[in-house]
Structure formats: C-alpha cells, structure tokens
Design a protein around this ligand. Structure first.
Ligand code: FE2
Length: 450
C-alpha cells in the first residue's frame, strides 16, 4: 500500500466511461448477492460459526468491506482510512477461521453500515479515476480484483450456507434439463498450446503470463463424473479397497471414515443428498459434488484412469485446433451467458450432463466452466515467469505441494471470477467446497495415430 493518489484526468473519454459503467454494474451485482446471502438468515445465525472450516457469515461480510477499503479507498484513492482499527480483525492471514467467532467482530448492523460507507467512497473515486498505465488501475484492475474478491467470498458464504443446519432459506429454480447426449471420452492430439494469459485485463497474477506448453496426446472425459458413475464406485466397494487410494488418501479415508461424498446419506437402496437444508434423492446424471481430491483420485484409479493435469484441463478447455489459438472460454472469447454455463448462483446445484451444449469446447468437451470445480493432479505453482501482483499474499504464499489446483468454477462461482485461465487451489482433504472432477488417461499408441 503506497498511498499514491490516482491522477484525476478527463472523465469523458468514451472508453473510460464504458469501463466506469461496467465496474459500477459489477460492484452492484456483487453487493446484491452479498446482501441476499447475508439477509437470508437472522443476526444470531450471521454471528454463529456453522463449521470450524468456515467463518461466521458476519466475518466474511465485514472482511469484504475491509479489503475494498484497503485496496480502493486507501491505495487507489489515497483517501483517509474509514476504520483502520479493524484491519487486524479482518486480516485472513492473522485470524485463522476456527478462531474468528471469538473475535470482537462488528455486529451485523455495524458491518452493513461500514460496507455502505466504504462503497460510497468507492463510487466517489470511481467517478474521478483515470485508468492510467499505473498497473493497479490500468483497465480498472484493482476494481476488478475487488469485484472478484467479493464474489469469491459470496461463493464461500454459499458453502457456509450448505454447512448450516436448519430449514432452507435459499431458493433458486432448477438448472436446465439435458438437450444433448454427452458422454465418453475425447482425444486431444499431441502438441503445443498457449496456457495462461497476458491479455485478459482482470486476470489475476497466478493466471499470468501466457506461455507455450507441449503435451503428449491424451484422452479426457467429455463430461464431469456423475453421481450415477460415482455410486457404481461406492457399490463396487471403492471406499473399502486401499488399492485405489494413495497412501495419504487411504489414511485420510480411514481416519475420517469416509463412505460417500459429503452431505450424502443412505436412502433405501440408494442415496439422498442434503443441499441447502433440503433432502433430495441423488440424481444419477448430475456431476458429483463435495468430493475431496483423494476421493477423486481413488475413483479415477478404480475407473482405470487418472485425474487430468492442470495443463491437460486447460488445453481441453481452450485450445482451438482450427486456429491453434487458446480461447478465453471453451465456447469462444465472449463473456459467459445463461446458455453457456451454470454459474452465478442462478441454480443451487450442478446441472445434469448435456444441459449446456452451447458451452462445449471446440474438441467437444462439455461443462468445463460452471457446475463443479474440477480437481486436477497438479500442485499449485506459478506459471513460468510468474510475478506476484499486487501482493504476495494473493497467491504466491500458497505455492508448493500442499495444495491441488481446481479449475472451471462451480454453480456457486460468479462469471466475473471464472475464466478459461482462472485457477483455484485447496487442500486435498477439502470437500465443503463445490468440488467434483473428470478423468483423463494417456492416449494409447493406436489412438494417438488416428
Ligand atoms: Fe478474502
């Protein structure tokens, strides 16, 4: 935070005006989702910790405002702090999640008032800002970062809602029904493709820079693994057979007594699944969700396959064999719409396989974006030539062997925080997130010659 002020230049440049309008709309969209998720429950519920893995919702709420104050009001705007007395309380690095309920947090009404004050100041400075070449403000980057940060916490808050006991408080229409028959595998031919990006203006540091990656031929599932497929793994004794599990995975499976995805329970001969306070029968053609990396890896081994590497996932999603280019999204360079992917918390569940044919990649791989985050076998590292920006704590401090990369976003992810290059990471034991997977395998010699 250097406190440098932005240059206040002409505000009537048409490009600048368009960007200003887009930022204002994105900020408003994020805030209305934050409001929906935090107004759905009463104050006592907001202050409560629903799982030691998660913060009380009221912590996320004020933390969203505090990050907006730090980056936009103080750093971009060079304005006086609104409340520097609470910086420590809402610093995710200083306050482990399990300890957050014991902190002297702002009560809900005070947290909401704080967010409102910060947002008013942001609107003031947005009116005056020039999008100069200064990296923090070029193309509105810091505003985009804050939009994505709020939307990421909205997905975290949705995961907290999924962990909360009690009656349902969130409501959404079901996702579309399948309109295409999708299944089987897709061959991705050997060769180079461009991974990462230099040009997406709101891409975060870990998505940069663009670089060439050469991959041997491989085969990847056309769709995420479904509940029906996963039930076959359970029915075949997959959870009882250490052959399918890594040593660490088996140890975790045994110590946590895992027998099925999180939120599942036996229901007669089948399974039921609790989502957002309602029990539903498990639907066979829906992507499986709430599985950890170890479960995904064990399923893949049982199926005679493996998880894709992160590069394999991205090539299947972005590489266009007709042009040799990598697209922003599987369907092209245009932003996500309702026809492309199950994003934006429009539906509070993954869509059945075959529901988004318009979102398929040029090679015919479906539902890469939205529905469920997909575990990859890759540990989280910087791309070659990585530079931390605007701060090491955004991603660099997480690089190493502890985290596996997840790609593609879920039904709980907003379109502003999801691209063909977007990278998420988590511990291999985590499954409170909206995580699923698809499988891949090396191409056999006769397949890759075809
Ligand atoms: Fe955060």
């Amino acid at each position: 935070m250097n406190g440098e002020t932005v240059s206040v230049g002409t505000t009537d440049h048409p490009e600048g005006e368009r960007l200003r309008g887009r930022i204002a709309a994105e900020l408003a969209r994020a805030r209305s989702r934050t409001a929906l998720l935090t107004e759905a429950v009463d104050d006592a519920d907001l202050m409560r910790q629903h799982s030691p893995l998660m913060s009380p919702l009221v912590w996320d709420l004020a933390h969203v405002g505090n990050q907006e104050e730090l980056w936009l009001v103080r750093d971009v705007g060079g304005r006086e702090p609104v409340r520097c007395d609470i910086d420590e309380l809402y610093d995710a690095f200083k306050q482990p999640r399990r300890d957050r309920p014991a902190l002297p947090l702002l009560p809900p009404a005070e947290a909401r008032a704080y967010l409102g004050t910060v947002r008013d100041k942001v609107h003031d400075l947005l009116d005056a800002v020039s999008f100069t070449d200064r990296p923090l403000v070029a193309a509105g980057f810091a505003f985009g970062m804050i939009v994505q940060h709020e939307q990421q916490h909205d997905e975290t808050m949705l995961a907290t809602h999924q962990l909360r006991a009690g009656a349902a408080v969130l409501h959404a229409p079901p996702p579309p029904e399948p309109t295409a028959r999708v299944g089987g595998e897709v061959l991705v031919p050997a060769g180079e493709f461009t991974m990462g990006t230099d040009s997406d203006p709101w891409a975060l540091d870990n998505e940069r820079p663009a670089h060439r990656v050469d991959l041997p031929a491989y085969v990847i599932d056309a769709a995420p693994v479904t509940n029906g497929e996963y039930e076959a793994f359970i029915a075949d004794g997959g959870y009882d057979d250490p052959r399918w599990w890594s040593a660490a995975g088996w140890e975790h499976r045994v110590s946590e007594q895992l027998v099925a995805p999180m939120h599942w329970r036996r229901d007669g001969d089948g399974w039921a699944y609790r989502r957002f306070g309602r029990w539903d029968p498990v639907r066979a053609d829906e992507p499986v969700v709430h599985v950890c990396f170890h479960e995904a890896q064990a399923y893949a081994a049982w199926a005679g396959k493996r998880l894709p590497t992160e590069a394999e996932w991205e090539k299947a999603a972005r590489w266009d064999p007709a042009t040799g280019r990598s697209r922003r999204y599987p369907w092209g360079d245009g932003d996500s719409t309702e026809a492309h992917a199950n994003l934006d918390q429009r539906h509070l569940r993954p869509a059945p396989v075959g529901a988004y044919p318009a979102g398929a990649s040029p090679l015919g791989v479906h539902q890469l974006i939205g529905d469920v985050w997909e575990w990859t076998s890759t540990t989280f590292r910087g791309h070659p030539g990585f530079t931390a920006f605007p701060y090491r704590e955004y991603s660099e401090v997480f690089f190493g062997d502890d985290y596996r990369v997840l790609r593609g976003g879920s039904f709980g992810t907003d379109r502003s925080a999801c691209r063909g290059t977007f990278r998420n990471w988590d511990y291999p034991i985590r499954r409170q997130i909206f995580s699923g997977f698809r499988c891949a395998r090396d191409a056999a010699p006769d397949e890759s010659r075809r």
